[in-house]
Write a protein that binds this ligand. Structure first.
Ligand code: ADE
Length: 296
């Protein structure tokens, strides 16, 4: 991210013009700086992790850019076991192995109000379903906040704002996030009022708890952290970046059971291929998600 108010230098301008969304500029700039850092130091030291984002000076000009060194995500859950697998494979595993993402899952019951591990209670006013008590959550949030200050404390809930790519883009620029997974009827409203800074839903349906929603959120954010994807440009062409769905993709063989790959993809002409992909993206978006094109 180029410091606000500063002019984008000429050697950044091409990128700036091509990728007008803030996130995309950032990704390209960050990858440029970060790859230099990463080459020297594949496992950033703890100080880098703590001081994220690191202010880094472009060697070619005097402009400072903010480079993500590491993101930490703390998760509060009554079912921590549920969260082991989603973060232990593929891209998120790579992000953790590279030291770019630290995920800590905290069993909420360690802050339970009694020796039975109680963290929920009946709701005032009657009605079915338990509510997660304020005290264990407050104790957990306050205890974790001693270690690090959170950019956002996010409660996963079906009545939250719907998660979109734009939100994931924004969150991937943050340093420290705390996610709260609800259960039963949800968490006591006073915790939402006092501590929570963002409420997110992953869709208009109700899950049995916030854990799977938190896993979805972490995945969506984690893959965007600069340095996580090998080919950083691949995130730029994901569905929903630029409000377009991704075009169709093909791999070998060129002919499979009588079905052929569109000739243009075999042409070797990058310009034509790019135009074709853009046209396909537009067509797909018009057919499947015209709402994404509204207001363009
Ligand atoms: N918890 C239960 N359902 C949820 C949803 N759809 N999104 C986020 N958190 C949830």
């Amino acid at each position: 991210m180029v410091r606000s108010g500063s002019k984008v230098p000429a050697h950044f301008e091409g990128l700036y013009n091509i990728y007008t969304a803030e996130r995309l500029i950032f990704t390209r700039l960050a990858s440029k700086f970060f790859s230099a850092t990463a080459r020297h130091n594949p496992h950033p030291p703890a100080s880098l992790a703590r001081d994220r984002p690191v202010r880094s000076r472009c060697p070619k000009c005097a402009i400072y850019a903010y480079v993500c060194s590491m993101m930490t995500i703390d998760i509060l859950s009554v079912l921590p076991e549920l969260m082991e697998s989603p973060f232990s494979h593929s891209i998120l595993k790579r992000a953790r192995d590279k030291g770019l993402l630290e995920i800590r899952v905290h069993p909420l019951r360690q802050w339970a109000v009694n020796e039975y591990g109680q963290v929920d209670d009946y709701q005032y006013g009657g009605g079915a379903g338990m509510v997660m008590m304020p005290e264990p959550l407050a104790a957990a949030i306050e205890s974790l906040s001693k270690d690090r200050s959170y950019d956002e404390i996010i409660y996963l809930t079906p009545d939250g704002r719907r998660l979109e790519q734009r939100i994931a883009n924004g969150l991937s620029l943050k340093g420290n996030l705390l996610l709260i997974c609800g259960h039963y009827k949800g968490i006591d409203q006073r915790i939402r009022d006092r501590y929570v800074t963002m409420e997110l839903s992953i869709g208009d349906y109700v899950l049995s708890g916030g854990e799977l929603a938190a896993a979805v959120l972490v995945d969506a954010i984690g893959r965007l952290i600069p340095g996580v994807l090998n080919d950083e440009t691949s995130a730029l062409f994901d569905s929903f970046q630029d409000n377009l769905l991704a075009p169709p993709v093909y791999t070998r063989p060129a002919e499979w059971r009588g079905m052929t790959v569109p000739g243009i993809l075999l042409s070797g002409d990058p310009r034509k291929i790019e135009d074709w992909r853009h046209e396909q993206s537009l067509q797909r978006t018009r057919e499947r998600r015209p709402d994404l094109l509204e207001g363009e």
